[in-house]
Design a binder for this molecule. Structure first.
Ligand code: CA
Ligand code: CA
Length: 110
């Protein structure tokens, strides 16, 4: 009986291993992902650069007008109220747009 048990165990182990190999994910699941994926960061950067027509590193209101949502939200994301959106300021907007679920947090503050 011992031999049978062992071979069953071996089969189970083997099956498990094969299963693992097939389920093998190129991304290490033990690493917690960053707040935003690299793809999203790259997308945000690309969008910003597309909007920044004169390439001076920030978005004027005129430049932001190309993006209807950004135009509407411009003032709320222009943190220092200089009528320009830096890439950091734009990033907050872009992330909020990517993750609409986070909206409620704003009311919790103050
Ligand atoms: Ca600009
Ligand atoms: Ca600003």
């Amino acid at each position: 009986m011992n031999a049978l048990k062992r071979s069953t165990l071996a089969t189970a182990l083997l099956t498990g291993l094969v299963g693992l190999a097939f389920a093998g994910n190129p991304n290490d699941p033990s690493k917690s992902p960053p707040a935003q994926s690299q793809a999203e960061e790259a997308q945000i950067k690309r969008e910003f650069q597309q909007l920044d027509l004169d390439k001076n590193g920030n978005l004027s209101k005129q430049e932001a007008e190309k993006d209807v949502e950004l135009k509407q939200e411009f003032a709320s994301y222009d943190i220092d109220r200089n009528q320009l959106l830096t890439q950091t300021e734009y990033r907050s907007f872009a992330i909020a747009r990517l993750d609409p679920m986070d909206d409620e947090e704003e009311e919790a503050e103050e």
